[in-house]
Design a protein around this ligand. Structure first.
Ligand SMILES: NC(=O)c1ccc[n+]([C@@H]2O[C@H](COP(=O)([O-])OP(=O)(O)OC[C@H]3O[C@@H](n4cnc5c(N)ncnc54)[C@H](O)[C@@H]3O)[C@@H](O)[C@H]2O)c1
Length: 321
């Protein structure tokens, strides 16, 4: 093992143990029982999380979005996904009806006053998430786990937004990341990330609930990009730099990675699928938080987001949809 990996292991170990030292209560280490879930954001991730929780974990879900149009679109998409599962005989009509009956949409975040676990999946905008967690600390019951689906924002910072008094960890110790992969109904992996304030019980509750949703959790430290995006986003960004500097055209870039590394889609197609705004936001966090120029977002990626070419969700990205 070289010195760099020794250092990385030690850092991850220290982060985890500092967090446990500050926030764990040895008397209680039971996972929170989840009888009702709240999901904030009915976009591609939030809707997927809500649907899988209703189907696999069998819990009723309160789905909150500040846009009625997004809620309607999300729930219509849930209907479509369930109908597809029925038509392919993956589930029965009764099972589809039961899952659908567990999803209730609302535009009022105050309705999360009776949930045991909440997962936030609003856009990757730090102040938006900080504001929501400050509200959740006031609205949700005192035992509720407050999880975020952030792709890159520090869990420690999100947890800190729950209080003005850093000595008060009553809410911040319940903040954790459950970082689901897209599309949620298909991808088995989920990253569980503790902030400095996260308690051992919170981490355990997050792991258990993700398992109840049929997922395979990986635990990682609160470091920029965590594991998945620390590895994935520089790969996508480098593909965009290859395109903008003329190393290859987009078909060649996607074809060599798809056919050469046996992945289901090439990096540019994958970026369109994730959303170019999300990719750019993650690269910016990696760049700013590490100060390392190797994470500089590609100029072309920035321009495409400026143009509103966000990929599949806006109908135009590296490809047209
Ligand atoms: N897209 C991916 O592949 C992917 C993968 C993993 C994690 N994530 C993360 O998941 C989160 C959501 O991403 P997404 O792709 O689902 O975004 P999205 O744009 O598809 O959906 C976001 C939803 O949040 C709603 N919203 C905005 N402000 C709100 C508010 N104040 N209150 C309630 N709802 C609000 C929007 O109306 C929209 O429906 C982000 O943090 C993103 O980084 C995304």
């Amino acid at each position: 093992m070289n010195m760099a990996s020794v250092f990385a292991r030690r850092q991850a170990y220290q982060l985890t143990n500092w967090s446990r030292k500050f926030s764990s209560s040895p008397a209680r280490n039971a996972a929170t029982e989840v009888k009702r879930l709240g999901v904030i954001g009915a976009g591609q991730m939030g809707l997927g999380i809500a649907l899988v929780a209703a189907q696999k974990a069998g819990v009723p879900v309160t789905l909150v979005d500040n846009s009625q149009a997004s809620l309607d679109k999300g729930l219509a998409f849930a209907d479509k996904l369930l109908a597809k599962d029925v038509s392919k005989s993956r589930i029965t009509q009764d099972q589809a009806d039961e899952a659908r009956s567990k999803l209730a949409g609302t535009t009022s975040i105050e309705e999360l006053s009776n949930v045991d676990f909440v997962i936030e999946a609003v856009p990757e905008i730090p102040n938006l998430k900080f504001g929501i967690f400050a509200k959740l600390a006031k609205i949700c019951p005192e035992h509720a786990i407050l999880a975020t689906n952030t792709s890159s924002i520090s869990i420690t910072k999100i947890a800190a937004a729950t209080t003005k008094d850093p000595r008060d960890t009553s809410a911040s110790s319940r903040v954790v990341s459950t970082h689901f992969m897209n599309p949620v109904p298909v991808q088995k992996g989920v990253e569980i990330i503790s902030g400095l304030q996260t308690s051992a019980e919170t981490l355990k509750s997050a792991v258990e609930f993700c398992k109840a949703m049929g997922k395979i959790p990986s635990v990682s430290a609160d470091s920029p990009g965590f594991l998945a995006n620390r590895i994935l986003m520089p790969y996508i960004n480098e593909a965009v730099i290859c395109l903008e500097t003329g190393v290859g055209d987009q078909d060649s870039i996607d074809a060599i990675m798809k056919n050469g590394t046996n992945v289901p889609m090439g990096p540019l197609q994958l970026a369109d699928f994730i959303g170019l705004d999300t990719c750019l936001a993650i690269m910016r966090v990696l760049h700013q938080e590490t100060g390392d120029s190797k994470y500089r977002p590609s100029v072309l990626l920035t321009k495409m987001v400026d143009a509103g070419w966000l990929g599949k969700k806006s109908g135009k990205g590296f490809y047209d949809y």
